[in-house]
Design a binder for this molecule. Structure first.
Ligand code: HEC
Ligand code: HEC
Length: 360
């Protein structure tokens, strides 16, 4: 076979893998709420690790993959390698070989004696499903033989998944903004709004702010219907009601510049003002909501147009984007630490041709 033919075949396989993977992600979003509810009843059965008093928080991971630390992921994978090989030879150990596992149908690696539930699952492994499985293995596949308690930290899971994806002849494509948003919506009930946080429906913008337009609370297209946010469960987040505004004037812009790395995956923060996944943010503080030309804002954001971003509102938005603007397209979980938001806003305020006055 000529190498050209070989390339064509490789490309066909790659495209096939991508399609399978996308379908898997979508299927998963559609079925997740049912699955989770069912798993919650069955959780803790099947032996293995004792049920933890508080399950690890199941936070969305897709938005973190693009910027994840692959080198760290390789280190984290050592936890898996006591039971799994992640090499192209595909050898099985206590667990099945994991080389190329993202996009592969669960329970199908040759010559491995899977549990019945793992075989029955029979769906391609997606980033989103692996996020769930690796957070709470026995909840995602009740009765699995994998006696691994899970990786409780979402950044660890992102780093690991980013590395794992590269251990493949066919790495899966990075999650799309739609997939990121859909995962956020699917896991909404899991995101623990800490005590003091306003319930989703009550999450009005700051006093005096323009009320969101009617219908603004409608979820973004493709997102699951909004469910009332559940009370804090994993409870890892700091009280989200705490304002960071009083901390801004004294905050260190250098610390804020680092925090802004989280925004750069989606936003251009330079004065070249390009739109990316999110609108350009140069000069955003003091600028009206939803005012960047050529950017397709969500309805909720458009409903706030004509009203400037001030520190109070930005603080609320950055604490919990979906509570401030239900249905926003910004698939970012929020920054829970007031100190971090303060430093970020202190720095962001300077990224402007005419910085607004700092809060007193
Ligand atoms: C204590 C041993 C052990 C550890 C540690 C472990 N696993 Fe597993 N893993 C297993 C076993 C056993 C199975 C088969 C589960 C079944 O059949 O129900 C499995 C199955 C899997 C599967 C499903 C594979 C397939 O072909 O469908 C994935 C994915 C997986 N593990 C990922 C991981 C990752 C990633 C880590 C590290 C964060 C990890 N595992 C740590 C034992 C382990
Ligand atoms: C995963 C992608 C993503 C990340 C990460 C992200 N954003 Fe966004 N952001 C968006 C999108 C998409 C919108 C448009 C929201 C809408 O229309 O509802 C947006 C809108 C905004 C707006 C409103 C701008 C306007 O013109 O009205 C601000 C302010 C903002 N983001 C700040 C931030 C900051 C600060 C960070 C980092 C802490 C951040 N974002 C991280 C995607 C992202």
């Amino acid at each position: 076979m000529s190498s050209l033919e070989g390339n064509k075949i490789a490309a066909a396989i790659l495209v096939g893998g991508m399609i399978t993977l996308s379908v898997g992600i979508l299927t998963d979003f559609i079925y997740r709420p049912h699955h989770s509810a069912q798993a919650a009843h069955e959780g803790g059965e099947g032996g293995g690790a004792a049920p933890a008093a508080k399950p690890a928080p199941l936070e969305p991971v897709l938005g973190l993959i693009a910027t994840a630390d692959v080198a760290k992921g390789e280190k984290i994978a050592q936890k898996c390698e006591s039971c799994h090989t992640v090499t192209a030879d595909g050898k099985n150990k206590v667990g099945p070989g994991l080389y190329g596992v993202i996009g592969r149908v669960s329970g199908t690696h040759p010559d491995f004696a899977y549990s019945e539930p793992m075989k029955a699952h029979a769906k391609p492994w997606t980033f989103a499903d692996l996020n769930h499985f690796l957070t709470r293995p026995k909840e995602f596949i009740p009765g699995t033989k994998m006696t691994f308690p899970g990786l409780p930290n979402v950044q660890d899971r992102a780093d690991l998944l980013a590395w794992l994806d590269k251990q493949s002849a066919n790495p899966a494509p990075l999650p799309t903004p739609e997939e990121i948003a859909a995962e956020q919506a699917a896991l909404k009930t899991e995101e623990a709004p800490a005590e003091g946080a306003a319930p989703a429906e009550g999450a009005a913008p700051a006093e005096g702010a323009a009320a969101p337009a009617e219908g603004a609370a409608a979820p973004a297209e493709g997102a699951a219907p909004a469910e009332p946010a559940a009370p804090a469960e994993g409870g890892a987040a700091a009280p989200a009601g705490e304002s960071a505004v009083a901390l801004i004037a004294a905050a260190d812009p250098a610390v804020g510049a680092k925090a802004a790395a989280k925004c750069k995956a989606c936003h251009d923060l330079t004065n070249t003002a390009k739109n990316k996944v999110g609108p350009a943010l140069w000069g955003v503080i003091g600028r009206n909501h939803a005012s960047v030309e050529g950017f397709a804002y969500s309805d909720v954001m458009k409903g706030m147009a004509g009203h400037p971003w001030n520190f109070e509102e930005l603080d609320k938005f950055l604490t919990n984007p979906k509570a401030y603007a239900p249905g926003t397209k910004m698939a970012f979980p929020g920054i829970k630490k007031p100190e971090e938001r303060a430093a970020l806003m202190r720095w962001l305020r300077d990224q402007s041709d005419s910085p607004v006055a700092l809060p007193q």
